[in-house]
Design a protein around this ligand. Structure first.
Ligand code: NAD
Length: 339
């Protein structure tokens, strides 16, 4: 993992390193990263369970208690080694430990590389919902390594590809066309380094314009209003990337039916998702999903809100200046059922 060697970004002021991985990333990369860190600092190595259950209050408390017991102080840097789950949990630990210490992200899934590692959102889940408790806490460095993706299964690669396509749909038609051409001739689901790099640049640019998620950053939720409702309605039987693919289709169709999105672009989006093995029809009925829109963080005063691009590669503010459109339930139902 040369490209993700934390020695390259280590601040000599960090005298302790708290390496947090999950059971998979610890097994795959933990020993090597711990050895690299040991050349710079005293290392505390911790593992959380793999999967969403790792992002819990219990795990956060367990990690913090171990840090206190080990005498970790403000001179420490938390090193998060994993996918979005580890990065979100470890970042939140760093945000609150002794009122905030440094952290760096070593992203090992495609989804984390194109999305979760960048932007400083950290969170844990509670039984009431995902990411309900968290903080903004920017990592001091984000390290990505294409080689790490070699051990990632197609299922996880598809989750990341859905978010990469979302970035392209929102901001970069050329990137969309690059992914289209690659999808037509690909030999694996690992995208080119240039595609990952472009996604990183897009996300970093949005975050730089709106770090605290009060304006343009809302657009990164394209597809997610529908996706979150599907995930909740199916009790997470539908993985996030698949739900985002379904969500992008339903939300784009809603815009198309409202006359604000080209039918041709909807067809192209569907064809690309299909070529990559991502679904294009909602996995549950609209009526099953409807109660769960109320739990979405974008819902305000019971109004369902979606980020809707104008065409592939371009999103503009709504007439009221916001980046989310309040959508009519009947219109959403029509878009949902039209597959
Ligand atoms: N903070 C943000 O801005 C942000 C953005 C998007 C998503 N997220 C969060 O990210 C999480 C999802 O992230 P994810 O998709 O990376 O899931 P994940 O972290 O659960 O990783 C998926 C699986 O892949 C394994 N894994 C990780 N790296 C591997 C590798 N190189 N080789 C083989 N296996 C590997 C993990 O152990 C896990 O089993 C969600 O909790 C979501 O809420 C956060």
């Amino acid at each position: 993992m040369h490209g993700s060697d934390p020695r390259n970004v280590w601040d000599p002021a960090w005298r302790q390193a708290v390496l947090i991985a999950d059971s998979n990333t610890d097994r795959l990369f933990g020993a090597r990263v711990a050895a690299q860190l040991a050349e710079r600092a005293k290392v505390l190595r911790m593992t959380i369970p793999a999967g969403e259950s790792g992002k819990s209050r219990e795990q956060k408390g367990r990690v913090e208690d171990a840090m206190i017991a080990a005498g970790i102080d403000r001179s420490a840097c938390v090193v998060a080694l994993g996918g979005g789950v580890v990065l979100d949990l470890a970042g939140f630990v760093a945000a609150t430990y002794m009122r905030g210490i440094a952290h760096i992200n070593i992203a090992t899934t495609l989804l984390a590389q194109v999305d979760a590692a960048i932007g400083g959102k950290t969170a844990i889940n509670t039984p009431a919902g995902k990411n309900l408790i968290g903080a903004f806490h920017q990592p001091r460095a984000v390290l990505l390594d294409g080689e790490a993706l070699a051990s990632l299964g197609d299922h996880e690669l598809r989750n990341g590809l859905a978010e990469a396509i979302k970035h392209a749909v929102l901001f970069d038609r050329t990137l969309f066309e690059t992914i289209e051409a690659w999808a037509a001739s690909r030999v694996s689901l690992r995208p080119a380094r240039e595609v990952v790099a472009r996604c990183v640049a897009i996300k970093a640019d949005v975050v730089a314009r709106d770090e605290r998620d009060g304006g343009v950053r809302h657009v990164l939720n394209h597809g997610h209003t529908v996706a979150h409702a599907i995930e909740l309605a199916t009790e997470h039987a539908v993985p996030h990337g698949q739900a985002v693919a379904m969500g992008m289709i339903v939300e784009s169709r809603l815009a198309m039916q409202a006359g604000s999105y080209p039918a041709e672009d909807l067809a192209r989006l569907g064809a690309l998702l299909d070529a990559l093995g991502l679904p294009t029809a909602a996995a549950c009925s609209f009526d099953d999903a409807l109660p769960f829109f109320a739990r979405d963080k974008k819902t305000e005063d019971a109004a369902i809100r979606c980020a809707l691009p104008a065409r592939i590669g371009h999103i503009a503010p709504e007439p009221d200046g916001s980046w989310l459109r309040t959508v009519d339930i009947a219109a959403l139902r029509r878009a949902w059922c039209a597959a």
